[in-house]
Design a protein. Structure first.
Length: 187
């Protein structure tokens, strides 16, 4: 299902209530748990509404791309960040879509610039890092730091990394509906 402005909340319900119970790439949480925890982390960190919405929707590309669920086993980069950005950019402000589009690059960046960061990644995230091209080189780091949504993407990445806690109780999707609607309208 491809989200549009007219069916976005139907798409969201499908994503969270039908697909959301699926395991999340070898992590100890479901897909819905992961996305809700990322939004919770953003909200707890005092992020603005567009960035909270970006945290909630950052993995939408896993559900709207061309690859199946076994892409990691097949050693394929599904480019979910680019797919998510492309799908959401007609619907949301640039801050939302671009932050999502850069959250994988932010992982590669943090691995290049923070010596301790790699060790904080889950095993699944370490595997996908290799599929995603590995750690940035110096030229890539400088180019990434010059991107408009660089700082937002790094924050989003950290919330993404923190959003893998089994049994963590957070707000449900209903909590974010009005925020999503305001952000959709702002686009």
């Amino acid at each position: 299902m491809k989200p549009t402005r007219d069916n976005f909340f139907q798409f969201l319900d499908w994503l969270f209530y039908q697909r959301g119970a699926e395991a999340y790439l070898g992590e100890p949480v479901t897909i819905a748990d992961h996305m809700l925890q990322a939004a919770y982390c953003a909200e707890a960190d005092g992020a603005d509404e567009p960035l909270i919405v970006a945290a909630l929707l950052h993995d939408v590309g896993h559900f709207t791309g061309a690859f199946g669920d076994d892409y990691i086993e097949k050693r394929i980069d599904n480019r979910h960040e680019e797919v998510g950005c492309a799908v959401l950019s007609p619907l949301f402000p640039r801050a939302v879509a671009e932050s999502i589009g850069l959250h994988v690059a932010a992982k590669k960046y943090l691995c290049a610039t923070d010596a301790a960061y790699y060790d904080t990644l889950s095993d699944a995230s370490k595997k996908t890092l290799q599929l995603q091209g590995g750690v940035m080189n110096d030229d890539e780091v400088r180019a990434f730091e010059n991107r408009r949504y660089f700082a937002a993407a790094v924050k989003l990445r950290r919330w993404d990394d923190a959003a893998k806690v089994r049994g963590l109780r957070v707000n449900g999707l209903l909590h974010y509906r009005a925020m999503i609607a305001r952000t959709l309208i702002a686009a």
